[in-house]
Design a binder for this molecule. Sequence first.
Ligand code: ADP
Length: 304
Amino acid sequence: MGDARRFLGIGECMVELSPEGQGLFRKGFAGDVFNTLWYAARALGPQWQVEFLTGLGTDALSDEFRAFAAAAGVSCAGAPRLAGRTLGLYMIHLRQGERSFSYWRDSSAARAMMTAPGQVAARLEGAEVIYLTGITLAILPHRDACALLAQVEAVRGAGAVVAFDPNIRPRLWDDPARMRALIERAARTATIVLPSHEDEAAAFGDADPAATAARYGALGCGHVVVKNGAAAVVTRIDGASAEHPVTPVARVVDSTAAGDSFNAAYLAEFLASRDDAAAVRAGGVQAARTISARGALVDTAPGR
Ligand code: ADP
């Protein structure tokens, strides 16, 4: 494993409790960056090592998550382990078919990952790909988010591919201006930005996906891939724009992780072939499979 190519995702994974009826709940694990890593571990070739940089506790639940991730080909070996902390948790409520959520995440181990800055820096070093999202930045204390971005900027300078999905969730931020400023700083640091137009329109007022692509291009990002649900994906690479039609899925079962799984398949294909159009196709095929079944982590191989 010593000379494996390293794909490192930075973020938070939470325990998910989903209702099974009669007061019973099923325990799962979910989080945007972890979802992407889960798909990336399948899509990347065996020469890659997929790693999750997060905060974990020293408790049984943290051990269980590590084992779950490892079984999916995602290593948490380098994640800081913080005594007295554990994974954040959310519970899904179903009322008349509508889902709502309760969260216990304020003191999660992931939020404290930067209390071990040396350990984080050591993992970033030598990673060929670094993947993070706006949620990664939102959950960290502001100073820690800035410190993390400074570390990412340093490894980008040394040649790493930095992929960033703004994944804008205004509820996670206490100040919209700070949210926009940090998202823009991360986008300037990134070599590939993978936004979803709907989120961007709400936060930045973009009129259409081309405007989203142009705005990130103007920040200096040379590789922007704008997702837009069932509508065309718009790319802007080294100043050249292209539109890639999407084949709408006939029956969407659960749209969770559409963007997360798109990103994984896009990056895996792009890293292998450097062919942007092929990467958009791969992302679209994976996302279509993901939304055609229940849950975030959909276990379907091609042809099944
Ligand atoms: P997010 O999960 O971030 O909101 P989007 O809704 O923009 O992401 O979707 C991400 C990708 O998933 C799209 O670019 C597209 O490839 C695919 N996708 C989403 N919705 C559909 C749909 N109804 N039919 C087919 N593909 C879809």
